[in-house]
Design a protein around this ligand. Structure first.
Ligand SMILES: [Zn+2]
Length: 261
């Protein structure tokens, strides 16, 4: 074992441990036995996250933060798509974690994405409103984040923009009835594939969690085409969480690629 291996492994373990206790973009919805420091989208909002706790310093000092504006991407071939392997899932716990509505995927169900040949397992999905990612400054009503974790703790998030439309909404099992405030409810079955658009053209870049601790090194994929959500579902979410979006951060020269667009 090289001399550098131990500190690197330890850093990864610490990063993974920190993520386990933070709701929002973090990979699990573990409740509060190790309560992370308070943060919100109001008085303790995005401009102040870095000052709330030393563990949140990356929110202020990081140069590779998310979300960003996805305008002006570099186009690449469709072969560089990530692969998305989703299907129906049973017994999904939907939680109001105080920051958003989050659905926890039971472990062992095998839903995953493959990014550059590496497998990331879906652990949870949650929502933001309005959208966090923008395209040439334009946002959408909401944004879905599907959070995946690799065996070594690395994170990949799949973002899906949601636009109000007079079409059947695939989100009705989740947003048609919210869990009680700070409570949970279980939905019997949910077809994860139905939450995605038919055309999987995708923006890709390297960023961060969009909530404290704003951990970097996240493999981001944001689908170019939005999916429909019902107007009353958006209103129901906004009545609980009036605004849950971190503003666009500086790209700082990071490349955004558009695959299949
Ligand atoms: Zn998120």
């Amino acid at each position: 074992m090289s001399r550098s291996a131990t500190p690197i492994t330890r850093r990864r373990m610490l990063a993974a441990a920190a993520l386990l206790i933070v709701p929002g973009c973090a990979p699990t919805g573990s409740p509060a036995e190790n309560s992370p420091p308070h943060w919100d989208y109001d008085a303790d909002g995005p401009a102040h996250w870095a000052q709330l706790d030393g563990r949140y310093s990356m929110c202020g000092t990081g140069a590779g933060q998310s979300p960003i504006d996805l305008g002006h991407p570099t186009r690449v071939t469709p072969a560089e798509h990530i692969d998305i392997d989703y299907g129906p899932v049973r017994a999904v716990e939907v939680v109001d974690n105080g920051h958003t509505i989050q659905a926890n995927i039971p472990s062992g169900t095998g839903h995953h994405v493959t990014v550059d040949g590496r497998r990331f397992t879906l652990t949870q999905f949650h929502f933001h409103a309005p959208s966090e990612h923008t395209v040439e400054g334009a946002g959408s009503a909401m944004e879905l984040h599907l959070v995946h974790v690799a065996e070594d703790g690395a994170i990949a998030v799949l973002g899906v923009l949601m636009e109000v439309a007079e079409q059947p909404s695939a989100f009705s099992p989740v947003l048609g009835e919210l869990p009680p405030a700070r409570g949970s409810r279980t939905i019997e079955t949910l077809d994860l594939r139905a939450l995605l658009p038919g055309d999987l053209a995708q923006f890709r870049y390297t960023g961060s969690l969009t909530t404290p601790p704003c951990t970097e090194g996240v493999a981001w994929t944001v689908l170019r085409h939005p999916v429909p959500v019902a107007g009353d579902e958006v209103e129901r979410y906004l009545a609980r969480f009036p605004h849950t979006n971190r503003p666009a951060q500086s790209a700082n020269g990071r490349a955004v690629v558009l695959a299949g667009g």
